[in-house]
Design a protein around this ligand. Structure first.
Ligand SMILES: Cc1cc2nc3c(=O)[nH]c(=O)nc-3n(C[C@H](O)[C@H](O)[C@H](O)COP(=O)(O)OP(=O)(O)OC[C@H]3O[C@@H](n4cnc5c(N)ncnc54)[C@H](O)[C@@H]3O)c2cc1C
Length: 274
C-alpha cells in the first residue's frame, strides 16, 4: 500500500495533496472500484476534518459540508426545498451506505447514475473547491463527463452551497430502478419549484442516468413558469427532453429511458398539486 494520511485540518490536507494522493471520504465508491487490485496508491482520508462536516444555514443559503453523509443529511433540519435531496438520500444504497457515503463523494465520483446530482442541479448548487486558490463552480460545470470533474491536482471539494430561493419552495425526486431499493438508477428526475399565489414562479428540473452528466431541462422549466400547481404534469412534452442523450445498456434501452423520463417527470410534477 502507498502512504495513508488522515489529517484533522484542511490546511494539512492541502499540503498532503502537494504530492499525488487519492482522496478518500466514505469509501463506498472508492473500495468497490478497487476490488481484486493491490491498493498501491497514496490515500488522503478526509474523514477526520471537522470543518468539512455538517449542514449550516446562512443568509444567502445553505452550506453542505463535503463529508456530510447521506444519513446526516436525512437527519438535518432543512426546509421543504431539500425534500427531493432527502428522498434521494433515503434511496442511496441501504443504511450502511447512507451512514458512510458522502454528498461530495457522490458528485466527485461523477457517475451518470449518481442520485445526488439531479437533485443538486435542481437546487442550483455550487461546488466549493480548495487548493492553491479557492474557487466555486456551478455543479454542472464541476462535472465535466463520465467519471470526470473539473478538479485539478492538489484540489478537493470542501462544500456544496445551495442558494436561498426568492419564493416559497419545495423539491421532489423520483428514481426508477429494476427493483424498489438497493439499485442503480435506470432514470431519475428531480424538480425544485418556487411558488407564489398558487402558481409556479420558478422551476428547475433535472434528469439523471439519461446522459453522460445529469441535465437540466430549460424548455420544460420555461413551460412550467406561470402554471397553476394543480396543472403541471401535462405540460411535459417529449421535445423538452432534447438535452438528454440516453444510451442502450444492460439496465435499459435508450428509448425505454426516454419514455421512463417522461413518466417520472409527469409523476413528479403531479406531486406538487396542493
Ligand atoms: C452497495 C452500494 C449501493 C450504492 N447505491 C447508490 C445509490 O443508490 N445511488 C447513488 O447515487 N450511489 C450509490 N452508491 C455509490 C456511493 O455510495 C455514493 O456515490 C456515495 O455518495 C459516495 O460517497 P463516498 O464518501 O463513499 O465516496 P468515496 O468512495 O470516498 O469517494 C468517491 C470518489 O470521490 C472522490 N472524493 C470523495 N470526496 C472528495 C472530496 N471532498 N474532494 C475531492 N474528491 C473526493 C474520491 O477520490 C473518489 O474518487 C452505492 C454504493 C454501494 C457500494
Amino acid at each position: 500500500m502507498g502512504a495513508y494520511r488522515r489529517p484533522r485540518h484542511l490546511d494539512e490536507a492541502l499540503s498532503v495533496l502537494a504530492r499525488p494522493h487519492t482522496v478518500l471520504a466514505g469509501g463506498t465508491d472508492f473500495y468497490p472500484a478497487r476490488v481484486g487490485r493491490v491498493l498501491d496508491e497514496n490515500v488522503l482520508d478526509i474523514g477526520g476534518i471537522a470543518s468539512l462536516r455538517g449542514v449550516a444555514a446562512g443568509a444567502q443559503g445553505w452550506r453542505l459540508g463535503a463529508t456530510t453523509t447521506w444519513s446526516e443529511l436525512i437527519e438535518a433540519d432543512l426546509p421543504p426545498l431539500f425534500d427531493g435531496l432527502k428522498q434521494a438520500a433515503r434511496e442511496v444504497g441501504g443504511r450502511q451506505i447512507q451512514n458512510a457515503g458522502t454528498l461530495a463523494g457522490n458528485i466527485c465520483n461523477a457517475s451518470p447514475a449518481a442520485d445526488g446530482v439531479p437533485c443538486l442541479l435542481a437546487l442550483d448548487a455550487e461546488v466549493e473547491i480548495a487548493g492553491s486558490t479557492g474557487r466555486r463552480l456551478p455543479l454542472r460545470q464541476f462535472i465535466t463527463g463520465v467519471r470526470r470533474t473539473a478538479l485539478a491536482p492538489g484540489e478537493l471539494v470542501v462544500a456544496i452551497h445551495v442558494p436561498r430561493p426568492r419564493h416559497e419552495a419545495r423539491s421532489a425526486f423520483l428514481k426508477l430502478g429494476a427493483r424498489r431499493y438497493l439499485v442503480i438508477s435506470i432514470a431519475m428526475a428531480a424538480a425544485a419549484l418556487e411558488v407564489a399565489d398558487g402558481r409556479v414562479a420558478a422551476a428547475r428540473i433535472a434528469v439523471g442516468a439519461c446522459s453522460p452528466v445529469a441535465e437540466r431541462l430549460p424548455a420544460l422549466e420555461a413551460a412550467l413558469v406561470g402554471a397553476p400547481c394543480d396543472d403541471l404534469a401535462n405540460r411535459v412534452e417529449i421535445a423538452q427532453l432534447a438535452p438528454l442523450s440516453p444510451v442502450d445498456d444492460v439496465r435499459g434501452s435508450a428509448s425505454y429511458r426516454r419514455h421512463a423520463a417522461v413518466i417520472l417527470l409527469r409523476r413528479l410534477l403531479a406531486g406538487f398539486a396542493p
